[in-house]
Each structure stands twice: as C-alpha cells, then as structure tokens.
Design a protein around this ligand. Structure first.
Ligand code: PMP
Length: 466
C-alpha cells in the first residue's frame, strides 16, 4: 500500500507524518525497521517490561496450545492471575473485572460509578484523555475540544494543578491555589443542580504533558468529591505497574486509595488486557456483565508473567534509579538550553517542555515536532505530548538502562543544539562550553534498591533477557 494513500485520510495518523516508520520486530527497548536498523524506544508505555520479553512470550505461547477461550467458565489461568494481582492491591480494592483495553476499562468504570452514585455528571482534568469510546471522548477534554459539540453539560472541568506554562514538577508545592480552583468547579456543578457523581483522573497527567500534582492535592480533592456524594476513579492505564518507580501504583505517592482503579497498556505488555478494580460495594452494582475476551486464558498468563518479570528483575528499583539519572540529566540540559522551559518527571514518566526561548515561555510546538523527527533519524523514538504539543514525553520500557539514558541525553543535547541554530526554528545567542553537562550527576543512588520493591508469594524463575 502506498504511504500517500495510507495517510491521505486525516483520521489515519502515523508517527512521523509523511516519513512513517515501519517496524518489523522488537526486543527489549529496541525496535527494528525492515532494513534491520535499530531504534531506541523511549516512547512505548505498553511494552512495559521490554518488547517480546521471553518469559512473557513463552507464557503466551504455552497457553495458546492449551486453551484460548473459556468465557463464563472457571480456568486456572484466570484464578491464578486474579490472586496474583490482588497481592498488589489494598484490601479495599478486592473486586477485579478483566477487559481488553484501557478504553473498555474506563467505560466500565464510568458505568459502575453512575450506577453506584445514581449521578451522571463527571469531573475531569483539563487536557485529560481517557480513551476512544464515545463515552470517553465526551469526558476527554483533549478530544472533545476539537469536536463541534464541544463540552457536554454533564462534564465539569477541573483546571490542571500546575502553573502552566512551564511549571517544573510541582510535587512539593502547596496545593492550596490549585485546590481552590478544583473546589470552585465542583461547587459550581452542584449549585447548578448537576452534582458530580465521579471524578476521573490520571494521577500523573501524562496526556497533558506529564503534570505532577502537589503531593497533598489528591487527598484534599478526593475528600471534597466524597463529601458531596461522589466517588474517585484513578485512570492508571499509563502510570500503573511500577512506572513511577517508587510505588507499584501512582496513587500511592499521593496517600489516597481510589474507589475505582483502571489499568491497561502495561498490564499485558502489549497483549490486549485491561482491568477495572474496585470495592465490593461498588462492584456489586454492575449486575450482569458479559465480556467475550476479557480475562481469556492467554491474557491471564501473560498478565501474570508481566508481574513476575517486574518483581524478579527488580524493575521498580531500576526505574527509580534510571528515572533520577534522567531527571538530573534533563535538568542539566535545561541549564544550557533556553528552549527547555521545564522538566517534570517521576520514575520513567518524564516530560521536557519546549518554549521559544526563555524568558519567552511561548510554547515551541514546531521545535518539538521537528525535534522528535530529527531524533528518529538518529535512532531514538520519542513522542510529543501536552495541550500545545510542545512537551517531549519520555516513557521507555522499564528495562531501559543507564547506558540507554546516557545515549538519550547525549543525542537530546546534540539535536537540540542543531535545531536551535536553524533560523527557521530558534536562534540562540550564546553557546556553553561543554557539549554534555552530565558530569555533576551524582552516583549516590546508583546502587540503591527501593524499600518497597514487591515480592510475590510464589516466585517463578525463568531465563532473564540477555
Ligand atoms: N487512559 C489513558 C490515560 C490513556 O493514555 C489511554 C490510551 N492512550 C487510554 C485510557 C485508552 O487506552 P486504550 O488505547 O487501551 O483503549
């Protein structure tokens, strides 16, 4: 098929626009094109423990020759997986419903919340994204803002808890000012006779350009929502399964437990698997629920294998360590490049925000798009995020190494210098001495393990990836 034909329809968007990238195979944190060229994948959120991890592949292959479809019946893969997943959840969240995509999980979560609260209205973050089903396009500001109907009456927007543009990580900041805005929005909804039934949000708002709310923000906001009769849904389709490094779930960093947790992408390492996890009281509201593919035996053994790899390869410790190294590295680059407006991140979710040239904080969308294309030419795959499409998102597989991180930082620096010198983009006035300002990166954290690295009650061993 000709690429021209493939991309002529505006609904068909490929990464890298008119120079699309054809991938034929992948392993660990590397993608390979049809000529055998290797690319460093700094973008997948889905191939969480590494592309085609042998333990995950072998679990799926073995199960494929035993049993594929068993909907409505008991199966060992299903019960073993549910037991395994429960080990990573607080007691309160004890009901799990397996489905096949993040969108399906969020749609089911909405349905549950509406049945439980008997309210239809939903509060969501500005610039948020929760999936592609109609029900989710309606509540994803990033999606509906482009549509003719715009925002529907039952949707209430909560401003992002960040001083945009260019807020650095606001994790340690005072949440008050942001809470005030959120509470105003919730009270306005109630005053207009449309009280909020549920608040659905990512805990680290990746869709909006990796916005990290202040640590105490969710605790207060969840209380406000619950006090006025609503419930809280954490969409961890992107952030779950150890991606934040310190914790298995991103919500743990904020000292809250959601009423409903939705998970997807990393849960199956790319195999279609997702889940809605909730309390007994909410779960019981569902009534009849039939799902042909949700929790099929292949998905279950793959899901269990993914957790085993996270645990056995101590991927959370490595995520934390590599994440700190990258954050320091990007902050060093920020000192040198006036077109880096902000660096935000936690674990292996990092956003580097491009601006025209500090102190001018105008979003540098063209620079970001050109940058991602130029990096691909150098063998590094990245993505552009955020409402203004000026945030470079870095979300590699958790097996990303320090060596990969060094390569990424070095090329990031080089390519940004190249582009900053191009008249069509932005011209900088002065150039610092060193090409790569990474010498100050502390190595203190290099051999630390995190204290709460999970362990499985029943470990299973396998040949590690080479
Ligand atoms: N929630 C979030 C936060 C997402 O990023 C996505 C996918 N980008 C979804 C939900 C939808 O997941 P899926 O594509 O598996 O339907």
């Amino acid at each position: 098929m000709k690429m021209d034909n493939l991309t002529a329809d505006s609904s068909c968007k490929l990464h890298f626009g008119n120079k699309p990238f054809k991938v034929v195979r992948a392993s660990k944190q590397y993608l390979y094109d049809e000529l055998g060229n290797e690319f460093l994948d700094c973008y997948t959120i889905t191939a969480h423990v590494g592309h085609c991890h042998p333990h995950v592949v072998s679990a799926g292959q073995t199960q494929m020759s035993l049993l594929w479809a068993s909907q409505g019946m008991l199966s060992d893969p299903y019960s073993e997986y549910i037991k395994c997943l429960l080990e990573f959840l607080p007691e309160k969240l004890s009901v799990i419903q397996l489905v096949s995509s993040g969108s399906e999980a969020n749609d089911l979560a909405l349905r549950l919340a509406r049945k439980y609260t008997k309210r239809h209205d939903v509060a969501v973050f500005e610039s948020g994204f929760h999936g592609n089903l109609s029900s989710l396009v309606d509540i994803s500001e990033k999606s509906f803002r482009k549509l003719p109907h715009g925002k529907k009456d039952f949707v209430h927007i909560i401003p992002l808890p960040a001083n945009m543009p260019c807020s650095d990580s606001s994790y340690d900041q005072d949440p008050e000012i942001h809470l005030e805005k959120a509470v105003t929005s919730i009270n306005r909804a109630a005053a207009s006779g449309r009280p909020v039934g549920c608040f659905m949000s990512e805990m680290v708002v990746t869709a909006a350009g990796v916005i990290i709310p202040p640590k105490k923000y969710f605790r207060s906001l969840y209380k406000v929502i619950r006090d006025q009769g609503g419930i809280c849904i954490a969409d961890e389709v992107t952030t779950g399964f150890g991606r934040t490094g310190e914790n298995f779930w991103a919500y743990q960093a904020f000292g809250v437990i959601p009423d409903i947790l939705t998970v997807g992408k990393p849960i199956g390492n790319g195999y279609p698997l997702a889940a809605v996890i909730t309390t007994k009281e909410i779960g019981v509201c569902l009534g009849d629920f039939l799902n042909t593919y949700g929790g099929n035996p292949i998905a279950c053994v793959i899901g269990k294998a993914v957790i085993e790899v996270i645990v056995n390869e101590k991927l959370m410790s490595s995520t934390k360590m590599v994440g700190i190294f990258l954050l320091q590295g990007f902050n060093d680059l920020k000192e040198k490049h006036l077109s880096i407006g902000a660096v935000r991140g936690i674990g292996l979710i990092i956003g580097v925000e491009f601006v025209c040239c500090r102190p001018n904080l105008k979003s540098a969308t063209q620079l970001a798009v050109s940058f991602v294309r130029r990096m691909r030419d150098k063998g590094v795959i990245l993505a552009v995020q955020g409402a203004e499409r000026n945030v470079i998102g870095i979300t590699p597989p958790l097996c990303f190494t320090l060596e990969n991180a060094r390569k990424l930082l070095k090329l990031f620096d080089q390519v940004l210098w190249e582009l900053e010198r191009e008249p069509a983009i932005i011209r900088l006035e002065s150039e610092p001495d060193s090409l790569l300002g990474l010498s100050n990166i502390s190595s203190d954290f290099l051999d630390t393990e995190i204290s709460n690295e999970p362990v499985l009650k029943k470990r299973r061993f396998y040949v590690d990836m080479d």
